[in-house]
Design a protein around this ligand. Structure first.
Ligand code: SF4
Ligand code: SF4
Length: 419
């Protein structure tokens, strides 16, 4: 008789949602730019068709009311937990009505005593001149998409194909002039690395111009249309390679710290393999018991965030193909079936279990199931599987990193907070 293994229970998912640290609303799927590499553009296929829709405020309010009931139930583990409410797009400032309504609802009507809300927005900054006063007044965390200097930002173009660099930087400069303290404390930048820029070029631009360390991301290689593979590869640029080619790679890496791939990877390594890292007080006081339980490195659904698309689909984050929706919102109801979600994840885990059990990096795995190709097929394989030899090479590389960066161990152990 086949033994059925239950890795994840419906209750685990419900608890994760009741304690989720972030809600992200896709405010609109419309955008006033048409960046060449856009995750919702011609290169990719893993999202719902873009129809210039807006998310209904009623749907969002229904969802907030639903979450409030969870926050006030025994599933809630925190008396006053910080929670981020994030606005994402498309270009979210194209639907300012939604943002104002939801911020007002949370501040004045939701009446939730168990959560402390912080608002954040990811924007292309082209409408910032119109709305900066409001964002500053509500103390938003602002993440601005900009890929470095004018040449490096050449793929960010408006609907008529004109470069958007000047419009973006004019608005950023205006914000800095008008609200210098806010700019210093609450504004950050997100850059996409591609064949027209480099890690060093991006780093130097933001350091010199705004004294900021941007988040630098590679192009997503999942969901690329078959017929667009060549175009994708033409513009793709690998961040480790780009950094290696920099004249000042060590200095840049040290200054970027956890925003650099090498420090991030070293931190994951320490979290998993260093006996002096404790996830919480229970581990510190009662001992460290980390045994392998769930295959892959996928987060518990809603454990990191809950993402609501413009069409009311509920997903575990914005990086997951919309076909993997875990629930659906309507104006009057929230439809999340925790049993269904647990079953769906358990089916995926089961497919990977044998491979993961023999993987030498299972303790520190960060592979998301939704990024394993053809996960809905019967037979699937993880391409990041580590044999003993591959693992030893990985471990030796991590140890070599600490040998070459003598301050890294102390810095990671004292400055990085494990959540
Ligand atoms: S990519 Fe996967 S593991 Fe990462 S937050 Fe999204 S669902 Fe979770
Ligand atoms: S990297 Fe290893 S543990 Fe992680 S999903 Fe792949 S096979 Fe499983």
């Amino acid at each position: 008789m086949n033994k059925t293994i239950t890795y994840l229970k419906a209750r685990d998912v419900e608890i994760a949602l009741a304690n989720t640290p972030q809600i992200t609303f896709e405010v609109t799927d419309a955008c006033n730019l048409k960046c060449t590499y856009c995750a919702y553009g011609d290169i990719y296929s893993d999202y719902d068709e873009r129809k210039n829709n807006v998310l209904s405020t009623q749907k969002a309010i229904t969802f907030l009311d639903y979450l409030k009931r969870l926050w006030e139930s025994p599933l809630n583990k925190s008396y006053k937990k910080d929670i981020y409410v994030s606005f994402y797009g498309g270009e979210p400032l194209l639907n300012m009505h939604f943002i104002e309504k939801i911020v007002d609802y949370i501040n004045n009507e939701l009446n939730c005593r168990t959560r402390v809300f912080t608002f954040s927005i990811t924007t292309n900054a082209t409408l910032l001149n119109k709305y900066m006063d409001y964002l500053v007044q509500k103390n938003f965390n602002l993440l601005i998409s900009l890929d470095g200097d004018e040449a490096g930002t050449a793929y960010r173009i408006d609907l008529a194909g004109h470069p958007a660099f000047k419009k973006i930087t004019d608005n950023v400069n205006l914000l800095r002039e008008k609200y210098p303290e806010y700019f210093e404390q609450k504004v950050n930048f997100s850059s996409v690395l591609h064949n027209l820029n480099s890690v060093e070029g991006i780093y130097t631009f933001f350091k010199n111009k705004y004294n900021k360390n941007p988040i630098i991301s590679e192009l997503n290689d999942m969901g690329v249309r078959r017929e667009m593979k060549v175009q994708f590869l033409n513009i793709y640029n690998n961040s480790a390679e780009s950094l290696r080619l920099s004249k000042h790679s060590k200095k840049i890496e040290e200054d970027m710290f956890m925003k650099s791939g090498a420090y991030y990877s070293a931190s994951i390594f320490l979290q998993q393999y260093n006996e002096f890292v404790y996830k919480d007080y229970n581990e510190l006081l009662l001992g460290r018991k980390r045994s392998y339980i769930i295959p892959t490195g996928t987060c518990i659904p809603f454990g990191r965030k809950v993402y609501v698309t413009v069409n009311g689909k509920i997903l575990p984050c914005e990086r997951v193909d919309h076909k993997f929706a875990l629930g659906q919102l309507s104006d009057n109801s929230t439809n999340i079936d925790f049993e269904y979600i647990a079953k769906k994840y358990n089916n995926y885990y089961k497919k990977l279990d044998t491979q993961c059990k023999s993987c030498y990096n299972k303790q520190a795995c960060s592979q998301c199931i939704f990024y394993i190709p053809d996960i809905d097929q019967n037979k699937v394989a993880c391409h990041r599987f580590m044999s003993k030899e591959v693992y030893e090479e990985y471990r030796n590389n991590q140890l070599a990193f600490f040998a070459n960066h003598p301050d890294a161990y102390y810095k990671i152990m004292t400055e990085v907070i494990v959540k």
